[in-house]
Design a protein around this ligand. Sequence first.
Ligand code: SF4
Length: 245
Amino acid sequence: MAPRPVETEAILEKLQEMYPDAKCALNHSNAFELLVATVLSAQCTDARVNIVTARIFPRYNRPEHFAELSVEEIGEMIRDCGLWRSKARSIQGLSRMLLEKHGGQVPSTMEELTQLPGVGRKTANVVLSNAFGIPAIAVDTHVLRVANRLGLADAKTPEETERQLMARIPRELWSPAHHWLIHHGRQVCHARNPQCSQCPLLPHCKFGQQGDKPAGRGTRPAGRRAKSAERRARSAETARRAADR
Ligand code: SF4
């Protein structure tokens, strides 16, 4: 069951207190760089993406730079990020579409962004929020897990989780709340071994209060729900990538 409004407010206040400086961890200096970095970040750490982009952005950081390259040439640059062929196709395809349809500029609407190859709602929300300052909640695996464990959402998919979070969280907090949830997922509320006994959110978290076993596979119903939602999110992402091929 979703928390009462007062609990939502308390959870958000605590998260803000815990992660006052939370922000996008992908290094970028413009919307196009952020778009490419976010495409590269699928199933790859932000730290690894930053290493790769530090190598390529000084020379390649505009759509025209990638549009003329082959998938293999782009793949050579980004191989360290994994899934290189699919990501290289996306970067080549979105660069060409930006040149053909948007004058080489990254558009600032969900509708236009999600028409670019390899760009789904999560990537679009990252760009809208961090490059254009438009309130948005990008639901990645951390946001999905933490939001559902905390009861800020009770949803099976990233789309439904996003919708419920937007309904529950004040619009001006959408973007920071997204960063707080990611940080909490990375630092405390891990997928397999959440640090509930040390978590300041424990008084507000039914999932954390439901026992002393680590929330691994098959431990608690809420844990199973969150894990299963994560699996579905991963399957959806794999299917989306396959469709882009
Ligand atoms: S109490 Fe446990 S499950 Fe709840 S938010 Fe904290 S770490 Fe996550």
